[in-house]
Structure formats: C-alpha cells, structure tokens
Design a protein around this ligand. Structure first.
Ligand SMILES: NC(=O)NCCC(=O)O
Ligand SMILES: [Zn+2]
Ligand SMILES: [Zn+2]
Length: 484
C-alpha cells in the first residue's frame, strides 16, 4: 500500500520547497508535484520534515537504586507524540560486566519499542575484556559510539587513565567517544561538604555541580581526545564554560560536537528555589539547570553552529522515586523527562522567536545527529530511499503542556503550563502513521534496532593527521661525548 503526503511544504536542513511525498514499504519512493497513492495524508498548511532523532534517552535505566519509569514502549510513544521518530539509549554494563552481556539485557528491554532506536555503549570500567569486546560491539553489533561518565563517582564514573585508553581504542575502531563532562571527584567532595553543613534540599544539588566543574571536565575530555586523535561528542552541554571549551576546540580544527538539552535551553535554576520540595526535586538532573546567561550561550551556539544537536536526556522518575532523597539531596534520582516536548518547545522558543530558522530546527533535531551517528541519509532526510520517518508539522496547532495529557508514565512534567504552538499533525515511523493529532496509533514492537557503521572517513583523516604530526626522533650523525 502506498501513502502520499499531499499539499505540504518540505523543510529539510538545507531546502524549503513545495512537493508531495510518496511512501511505499516504509521508505520514501518519490518526491514531486501531484503524486497519488492508495492513502492520502493532507499536509495543507504544514511543513513536512524528517522525524526528530533524540540521541540521548535513558529508558528503564537502572540508576541510583531504581529504574527510570519510562520504558521503550511509553518512551517511544511519548517521542512519536511530539514528532520524534528515533531514540538512542545507553547500554550500561555494571563495573566488571561484559559489554556483550549488558547489550543482551538492553536488547531484551527494547523489544516493545514503537519507533526505531539504537544504543550507545557505556565504558564503565577498563580491562582487556573491554578492549576486546569493543571491537565486537563496533564490527558485529552495529554500535559506533562509546559513552564515558566523568561524574557519578563510585558508580558509572571512569578516570582519565580509563578514558585515555578507551578513546584510543575508539580511534582505532573508527568509533566516536561521548562524555558526560563534570568533575566527579570535586562534585563528590562538594556534596559531602554541603550535607555536613545541613544543606540537604534539592537546591544543594545545583550548588554541588557548578558550571566551572562542567567546563573543566569538557576541556579535559577534549584534550584527551585530541591527544589520541579521536573525535568527541559532549552530551548535555549546559553552560558557557563547556560551550567555550567546545567552541575553542572547533576553532582549533578539532572534531568536537556539543549537545544542549531542551531543558537547559528553556528552564533555569530559579526552579530549585521553589518552596515546594517536590517541585525542586522533580527538576534535579545533572548537570543542573543554569542561569539565563548560560541559556543565552547555548542558543548562540545553536545559531552559530558551535553546538549541533538538541536532545532531552529523557530519564523520567516519578515523584515517589524522587522522594527517596528527602533529607539527602544526593539520593534524589537524577533525571527529567522531555521526549514528547523537545520539538514543540524548540519550535516555540526557537523558531517562533526568530532565534533559529526552520531549516536549523531540522538540522539540530535530526539531520546533524544523523550525520554524526553515521545513519544519514537513511534517517534525518526527506530523500528518495530514506526511511519514511516523517513529521507533518502544523505550525498553527497549539496546546498547553500538561502531565494530565502526556504519554510519559510519570505524574508530572517539568514544562507544565508552557503554551506551545507548532505540533505534529501526523508522525510516521517507517511509513506507519503512529500519531494523528491527539490520536495515538502506535504499534508496540514496530521499532527496529538501527545498526550504525563505524566512521572510516573521520577516523582515517584523524589518524593520518596524527601520523603526519607524530613526534619523530631526530636522526643525528655525530653524538657528542657526554660532559661528565
Ligand atoms: N542527566 C541525568 O541527570 N540523568 C541521566 C543520566 C545522565 O545522563 O547523566
Ligand atoms: Zn549524563
Ligand atoms: Zn543521560
């Protein structure tokens, strides 16, 4: 059966034009005027864009003694409702656990996904087994990205030694290292000091993770990546200090990418001063929300191209889960939701305000990350042959965000009460119409794992450059006698 999206304006990262889109077998088969098919979707007054890709989500994540409450079913349903057609989750081996064994656990969890997905592999410890299994992960399991937590001391954190070894292995395999950049040692000390001083509320979470600690760690990760000749992707870049490090590295010719979150772009640290403990705790995430100057920096990065991707780090915990940390902020599970709201919030606060163009919106919500993850143009494109992961975006549809009507499994929404204009009329996942305005037609299990090849071009360029600039022993004909 063929489907035609008719009467809309196609908006991609670099083009805006009027055309119909014909879909067959889950792929785009024709783009042009006056197309017809078995089924027609009316896109009059709408923009036809690549579905969003959220490269940073944690569905059913085991973390801080509990599991994040959205699983692959509710999480991908929430994503589709907001125009996101693919997510990338993080496979997290426990320290000492085989990467392949952990991957099997993540494979089991993801079978209920409504939309396509992929995994990043986390490096949570280092040894010969990890070194060997990284090759299998890249060459046989279709994963070309490895995540490193520079925070969460005593849990997921790795040190500089481990990062250097892992980044080196990434470079050799043509894989991309990712970092959560915060100085975990100093954060741990600051947490202990704040608690000892009686500062145990959710606001102390923000005090314990100042922007300088993110900037320092971002810079450190960049320097390590550069030392081994690896590219680098910095997740949830939240502040000017981290952005500055990324900007400087890029100006110096390094392949470093930065990913602000929609939460950091639109919500600020005044939330932690709320007298309602639940309100503040629901917004505890790492890095924490920052002030408006940092927000301006992140927006400027998206505008100028020094930051490339807007994600959510969707990691949703219920109020009951958050309350584990009453009396001790270090026990509040870190994470917030955002999958359903990323695209409408970015459209409302980005495109509708004139901060970014429609084409830039497409670039930062899908095309750039599709290229970074090496899945372009299968994903992130409106092109013949691409997967029909499409959002028919109605710039006039509006709503007020509310937990009462959201798809996420949790009982609140950090964007509660925000009025957004710009919502999906239809969201298609490989040709299946999963969302028709407020009607949910998702199919559990429809989502497929998207394998990602390594990056031969980037890694061979960096390796070549490393070789050209490598330290060389100076050959000397005569060596003077020692002076002693
Ligand atoms: N960000 C956060 O607070 N929770 C999820 C885990 C992570 O990405 O650090
Ligand atoms: Zn993180
Ligand atoms: Zn995360």
């Amino acid at each position: 059966m063929t489907t035609v999206i008719k009467g809309g304006t196609i908006v991609t990262a670099d083009l805006t034009y009027k055309a119909d889109v014909k879909i067959d077998g889950g792929r785009i088969v024709e783009i042009g005027p006056n197309l017809s098919g078995d089924e027609t979707l009316d896109a009059t007054g709408c923009y036809v864009m690549p579905g969003g890709i959220d490269p940073h989500v944690h569905l059913e994540m085991p973390f801080m003694g509990t599991y994040s409450s959205d699983d692959f079913e509710s999480g991908t349903r929430a994503g589709l409702a907001g125009g996101t057609t693919m997510v990338v989750d993080f496979c997290l081996p426990s320290p000492g656990q085989s990467l392949l064994e952990a991957l099997q656990m993540w494979d089991n969890k993801s079978t209920r996904a409504n939309a396509d997905y992929s995994f990043h592999m986390a490096i949570t410890w280092w040894g010969e087994q990890v070194f060997d299994e990284m090759e299998i992960v890249v060459k046989e399991k279709g994963i070309n990205t490895f995540k490193h937590f520079m925070a969460y001391k005593g849990a997921l954190m790795v040190d500089d030694d481990e990062m250097f070894s892992s980044f080196q292995r990434c470079a050799a395999l043509g894989a991309l290292p990712l970092v959560h950049a915060e100085n975990g040692d100093v954060v741990a000390q600051m947490q202990a000091k704040l608690l000892a001083e009686g500062n145990n509320g959710p606001e102390a979470h923000a005090y314990s993770r100042p922007a300088e600690l993110e900037g320092e760690a971002t810079n450190r990760a960049i320097i390590i990546a550069n030392a081994v000749g690896a590219p680098l992707y910095v997740v949830h870049t939240s502040c000017e200090q981290a952005h500055e490090a990324i900007r400087r590295a890029r100006q110096n010719g390094m392949r470093v990418y930065g990913e602000p979150l929609i939460q950091h772009l639109t919500l600020d640290d005044s939330e932690y001063a709320n007298p309602d403990w639940d309100h503040a705790a629901r917004r505890v995430m790492s890095p924490p929300f920052r002030n408006k100057l940092h927000q301006d920096s992140l927006w400027a990065g998206l505008q100028s191209g020094s930051l490339q991707v807007v994600a959510t780090d969707h990691c949703a915990f219920t109020t009951a889960q958050k309350r584990t940390g009453v009396g001790d902020f270090t026990k509040i599970p870190n994470g917030t939701g955002g999958l359903e709201d990323r695209m409408p919030m970015l459209w409302t606060y980005g495109v509708a305000t004139g901060r970014i163009t429609m084409n830039e919106f497409v670039a930062v919500t899908s095309t750039n990350i599709a290229k970074i993850l090496n899945i372009y143009p299968r994903k992130g494109a409106i092109l013949v042959g691409a997967d029909a992961d499409i959002v028919v975006w109605d710039p006039k549809r509006s709503k007020t965000i509310s937990a009462a009507s959201q798809q996420s499994a949790i009982d609140y929404n950090v964007f509660e009460g925000k009025a957004v204009t710009g919502l999906p009329r239809y969201t298609l996942t490989r040709g299946h119409v999963a969302i028709e305005e407020t009607t949910i037609k998702t199919r559990e299990g429809h989502g497929q794992f998207i394998a990602r090849e390594p990056f031969p071009a980037v890694s061979s360029a960096l390796t070549k450059w490393k070789e050209v600039t490598a330290p060389r022993k100076v050959q000397r004909s005569g060596i003077p006698a020692s002076g002693v």
